[in-house]
Ligand binder design. Structure first.
Ligand SMILES: C[S@@+](CC[C@H](N)C(=O)[O-])C[C@H]1O[C@@H](n2cnc3c(N)ncnc32)[C@H](O)[C@@H]1O
Length: 232
């Protein structure tokens, strides 16, 4: 099967990004091992400080989770995707490749052609956002993605999103997953998908998804991914 995700230039770019990610991870671990125990403990309790120190670190989804995201965006025929936590753009590339491959919807009754599908990303660190944009451009996907710099709780306000949002991917600070879901919720399609990586580290989100009548959650996918179908 030919897909944008598995063809050049995306496939080779992702291989290179994963190799960079491995190298930067080794470098980060060496720097962390040089910190005192109290410096490390302080960072563990302050996610903003942690992500600032980790500005060279990819923390990317696994290749399998990238393929899962691609599949969900394709299967949902998504036109609008929002990402909390873009980092260097590995997951954004996977989802934007799916937006590129989705069939174009029919023109509206008045003959107007549909606009391009959109992925809105969010990233604290300007240098990461800049690198993500460069990689997306190299992948030939830059026209589909906007990476917003700053705290996602400010940059993902629902009235600034291309509603209805078909899929929300949560991969930023784990203690903010539920806040971001609640922020974006007014812009979500009634049957949107919520996908959360490292979901076991976001117990407030899991409690909400599993106790709310508005979501049908599926846990334990691809190690620690939670997928929930919104159904309102
Ligand atoms: C796990 S990484 C994201 C990896 C990315 N999804 C990928 O697969 O390539 C988390 C990123 O979220 C960013 N982040 C965390 N909390 C954030 C917030 N409140 N607003 C914006 N970015 C945030 C961090 O700076 C970090 O780069």
């Amino acid at each position: 099967m030919t897909t944008t995700l598995t063809s050049e230039p995306v496939a080779g770019l992702l291989r290179r990004l994963y190799e960079d990610a491995r190298r930067s991870g080794e470098d980060f671990n060496r720097r962390m091992s040089e910190l005192s125990a109290s410096e490390r403990a302080a960072m563990e309790h302050d996610s903003r400080a942690y992500y600032a120190a980790a500005r060279t670190l990819y923390l990317a989804v696994s290749p399998e989770t990238g393929r899962l995201l691609y599949t969900l965006v394709r299967a949902r025929r998504a036109r609008a995707v929002v990402e909390f936590g873009t980092s260097f753009g590995v997951s954004a590339i996977s989802m934007a490749a799916a937006l590129r491959d989705n069939p174009k919807p029919a023109a509206a009754a008045d003959g107007r052609e549909p606009g391009l599908p959109r992925l809105i990303g969010s990233e604290y660190e300007p240098s990461k956002a800049e690198a993500a944009r460069a990689s997306l451009a190299e992948a030939g996907l830059g026209d589909l993605v906007e990476v917003r710099v700053g705290d996602a709780l400010e940059t993902l306000a629902p009235d600034t999103l291309p509603a209805p949002v078909d899929l929300l991917f949560l991969d930023g600070a784990k203690d903010r997953y539920l806040d971001v879901l609640k922020l974006v919720e007014p812009a979500l399609a009634p049957d949107a998908l919520i996908v959360a990586d490292n979901a076991s580290r976001a117990p407030a989100l899991l409690d909400h998804l599993r106790s709310s009548r508005d979501f049908l959650p599926v846990g334990g996918v691809q190690r620690d991914v939670e997928i929930a179908l919104r159904s309102v």
